[in-house]
Design a protein around this ligand. Sequence first.
Ligand SMILES: Nc1ncnc2c1ncn2[C@@H]1O[C@H](COP(=O)(O)OP(=O)(O)O)[C@@H](O)[C@H]1O
Ligand SMILES: [Mg+2]
Length: 234
Amino acid sequence: MIIAQGVAKVYDNGTQALRNINLTVKQGEVVFILGESGAGKTTFLKLLLGMEKPTAGELIVAGTSLIKPRAGDIRRLRRLTGAVFQDFKLILGRTARENVALSLRILGIGWSDNRRRSKAALAAVGLADKGDNLVETLSWGERQRVALARAVVREPRLLLADEPTGNLDGASVGYVAQMLALAVKGGATLVVATHDSRLIERLPGRVLVLEQGSLKEAPVTGREQAACGQGGIE
Ligand SMILES: Nc1ncnc2c1ncn2[C@@H]1O[C@H](COP(=O)(O)OP(=O)(O)O)[C@@H](O)[C@H]1O
Ligand SMILES: [Mg+2]
């Protein structure tokens, strides 16, 4: 699903966000990317979605080369991808359910199917009773879960989540973990940037660490260290 060879990203201002990333992720795999703030996690997810371009190397996602994408390639990739970034990009003035439903309407899903799936997705993240609420009236954690429902409801082949449990309490983390697990069960490949041991404990997956733009497999003890809290892996 993902093949990265020697991928680097230098931003226009000269910041080297990623260096020599080599990674292969198979369809259906779960990958956690740990790393301190500024390590390059968000940049890496943006590259996978074609939101930023690598400045070196080869990056292929779902068969599409993101170095020189052909017309329509990025659009095709986005149709099969669900993504939750930290700014959510929910549409204000619309309800939680409308936000989720829009994600399906773009895919051409008909009205009744759409309504059923949107309701189910909101219920899965513990927001069954908030579907009719305007998103601006929801708490931060609730908005975060609406954004996740919107990404997962599409039944994506690739699901990218950028710190999906940042600032969430324990119960909400449980819903997020459950929703991610549901996506994986549906066959999604999952790449999650997180330093939340509560999430890593709940989902079996491969743990990688970004350190100043370089990617490393977590040491064998990585999971246990992560489970002890505060990112763990040094
Ligand atoms: N648009 C940008 N322009 C220039 N530098 C950026 C941009 N986005 C991120 N960076 C820099 O790239 C590095 C990695 O950032 P980021 O990928 O956001 O890390 P993380 O998500 O792990 O906190 C940081 O040094 C950050 O300041
Ligand atoms: Mg980030």
